[in-house]
Ligand binder design. Structure first.
Ligand code: SF4
Length: 286
C-alpha cells in the first residue's frame, strides 16, 4: 500500500487505474479531473452500493454517467464469495443481508465499523483481485486528514514518515497503490466546486441538508442531519428507526450513543452542520 505520485501513476500504463466514487463532491470532482486531464488512461469508475445510499446519491451517479458518457460499475458485498449470501438475499439490501446473516443484528458504529469494511472495502478488493492497480482518492490539497502533514511531494518519504498515521487508503493490499491527484495538483474546495459547476453536474442535492455522502442511516450524522432526514425523506427516517426496535431476544441497538431516533425527532430542531467534515469515514464520505 505504498502511495504513488500522480506523475508516477499517470505515466504507468502497465497497471489498472481505478477511480472509486462515493457519490460525494470530492471523489466526483476527482473523477472529472482524471477524465479532463488524463483521458489517455483506461480509467475504471466504480461505486460500491450498500443498498442504503440516499436517493440523491443514486441520481447523482447516473447524472455523472450521462454527462461524461462513462459507465460507473456498481459493486456490492452480495458478490463476495466468502459470504455466500447472494442466493439468500432476496429483495434485501446488501446492508440488511450482512446485518442479518453475518452480524446477528449488531448495528455498526464508529468503533465497530463493519459496514465500511464489508460493504465498501471488501467488494473493492474483490473487484481488483490480484491485479496491480492505482486507486485514486479524492483527498483535497486544503484538507488535513490523519496521515497527511502537508504537500504530498514525495509520497514514499511521506509514507515512511507517517507509518503510524497512514494516509487514507481504500485498502491495505500491496497491489493497490493509492494516488492523491487533487492533493498533488494543489486543488482545494474552490477548485472542486468549480469543476462540478463547470461540468453542469453541480453539488449533490443532499448537501442542502447534510454534510456527507453515505448511507441514509449513517451513524456519523449529527442531530440536525437526522432531523433533516426526517423532513426530506420521512420514509427513510422511519426505516432507520425500525433498526432500533427491540429484538426478539431483548437486545436493542441504536444508531447514536445516547438517544433513539424517535427521541431525536422530538428534540428541538437543530441546524445541520455546515462546513467541511474531516472526521468520519473517508471511504464513504469523500
Ligand atoms: S456511510 Fe456510514 S453507515 Fe454507510 S458504510 Fe459508510 S460508515 Fe457505514
Amino acid at each position: 500500500m505504498i502511495p504513488a505520485s500522480l506523475e508516477e501513476a499517470t505515466s504507468d500504463l502497465g497497471r489498472r487505474h481505478i477511480v472509486p466514487l462515493s457519490g460525494g463532491k470530492d471523489s466526483t470532482a476527482l473523477a472529472i479531473y482524471m477524465i479532463e486531464n488524463h483521458s489517455h488512461l483506461p480509467l475504471e469508475f466504480l461505486f460500491t452500493d450498500t443498498g442504503a445510499e440516499l436517493p440523491e446519491t443514486y441520481a447523482y451517479i447516473k447524472r455523472f454517467e450521462a454527462i461524461f458518457g462513462v459507465e460507473v460499475q456498481r459493486l456490492t458485498a452480495l458478490d463476495l464469495p466468502e459470504l455466500r449470501v447472494r442466493d439468500k438475499a432476496g429483495k434485501r439490501s446488501p446492508f440488511d443481508v450482512l446485518l442479518d446473516e453475518v452480524y446477528s443484528g449488531f448495528l455498526p458504529n464508529p468503533q465497530a465499523r463493519w459496514c465500511t469494511r464489508m460493504l465498501k472495502i471488501r467488494p473493492f478488493e474483490h473487484f481488483v483481485g490480484d491485479s496491480e492497480c492505482y486507486s485514486y482518492i479524492g483527498i483535497r490539497a486544503d484538507e488535513n486528514r490523519d496521515g497527511f502533514g502537508g504537500a504530498a511531494a514525495n509520497h514514499r518519504q511521506q509514507y515512511d514518515a507517517n507509518r503510524r498515521a497512514k494516509p487514507v487508503a481504500l485498502s491495505e493490499k500491496e497491489n493497490i497503490r493509492p494516488v492523491y491527484p487533487l492533493k498533488d495538483a494543489g486543488l482545494g474546495i474552490a477548485d472542486v466546486r468549480a469543476m462540478l459547476d463547470d461540468s453542469g453536474l453541480g453539488l449533490p442535492k443532499y448537501y442542502e441538508w447534510r454534510s456527507r455522502s453515505g448511507c441514509y442511516f449513517c451513524f456519523y450524522q449529527q442531530i440536525g442531519e437526522w432531523q433533516a432526514l426526517k423532513e426530506r425523506h420521512p420514509e427513510l427516517f422511519e426505516s432507520a428507526s425500525t433498526y432500533e426496535d427491540e429484538k426478539s431476544d431483548g437486545r436493542r441497538f441504536t444508531w447514536t450513543q445516547r438517544r433513539t431516533l424517535q427521541e431525536i425527532a422530538r428534540m428541538e430542531r437543530r441546524d445541520a452542520p455546515v462546513g467541511e467534515p474531516e472526521d468520519g469515514c473517508a471511504i464513504c464520505h469523500l
